[in-house]
Design a binder for this molecule. Structure first.
Ligand code: CP
Length: 313
């Protein structure tokens, strides 16, 4: 089932892959305009009045779940936070039965996080036709609102023309839905150069990196970039032996202050969170003047307000 209707409107948000540039830019413009109200205020409290949004998370989250809940509340929706850990999913109820039972309580939209690739598209096939689904991260497939908040942050820091930008995405790309959504959005926005760097064992070979420049050596990869986006080492999704020790990983692929100096002087450092400090990024960079990590988090609320408004408003 497509996320875009035949008349061009967005019906669900499953992926940023092949999202038309005009739609991406509309979402970014809307989110940017909503920034001040995303941090509080009542200007948009009537947009989703009478609607109910449920966060249906089968995997842990801090940023995505909280910011969707805040975004829905700042648009005036009723919100329901489903907690898989204390639910009947623990007694063996399937994810689709869970969705359908909560749907029967009068829910208009589900924001879903799931450990399986493609799980949100699968659940869409069992949901009512009028129910809206939003992918909040499915396996290693896509995390579309993270991709949107990341490119919004780049646009705020570097301007709307991506064609001259060199953007590095580094670390555990293999397990990263964040990387996949960012690559989809950056290609569509015409990014000048998308550099990818990580240990060979953590780089996908399924075509995800087509059109990107792939580096093994981090010092080369980061040289003269405008953006350095570090990815979390996802040890919970890793088979044994994919990487050596965490000390070795930091030595070869960690973003230290010395490495950051190889980027352009006005380069920004990004991370989607949660961070493994001292593994993929140092405290000095994460908390330093070039870090825009908290700006990413704030933009998450604005982006999620823009998405909910487009889908339900
Ligand atoms: N960036 C991100 O998805 O963070 P959470 O897992 O905390 O939602």
């Amino acid at each position: 089932m497509s996320q875009i209707l035949s008349d061009g409107r967005l019906r669900h948000l499953l992926t940023l892959e092949n999202m038309p540039r005009t739609m991406l830019e509309t979402l970014l413009d809307t989110a940017h305009a909503m920034r001040s109200q995303a941090m509080g205020g009542v200007a948009y409290r009537d947009v989703l009045r009478g609607k109910t949004v449920c966060t249906l998370f089968f995997e842990n989250s801090t940023r995505t779940r909280c910011s969707f809940l805040i975004a829905a509340q700042r648009l005036g929706a009723d919100v329901l936070n489903f907690d898989a850990a204390t639910s009947s999913a623990k007694k063996g109820e399937t994810d689709l039965d869970t969705l359908k039972n909560i749907e029967a309580m009068g829910v208009d939209a589900f924001v879903i996080r799931h450990p399986d690739n493609g799980a949100v598209a699968r659940l869409l096939n069992g949901a009512k036709p009028e129910t809206v689904l939003i992918n909040a991260g499915d396996g290693r497939h896509q995390h579309p609102t993270q991709g949107l908040l990341d490119v919004l942050t780049m646009r705020q820091c570097k301007g709307k023309d991506f064609s001259k930008l060199k953007i590095l995405i580094a670390g555990d790309v293999l397990h990263s839905r964040v990387a996949r959504s960012n690559i989809s959005a950056l290609k569509m926005l015409g990014a000048g150069e998308i550099r990818i760097c990580g240990p060979k064992s953590l780089l996908p070979t399924d075509g995800t990196l087509n059109g990107c420049q792939v580096f093994d050596n981090f010092d080369e990869a980061i040289t003269e970039v405008d953006v350095a986006m570090m990815l979390r080492v996802q040890r919970e999704r890793m088979e044994q032996g994919l990487i050596g020790s965490l000390e070795d990983y930091y030595r070869d692929y960690g973003l230290s202050a010395a490495r950051m100096q190889r980027a352009k002087p006005d380069a920004i450092a990004m991370h989607p969170g949660p961070m493994n400090r001292g593994v993929e990024i140092s405290d000095e960079v994460a908390d330093g003047p070039q870090s825009v990590i908290m700006q990413q988090v704030s933009n998450g609320v604005a982006v999620r307000m823009a998405v909910l408004k487009m889908l339900l408003g």
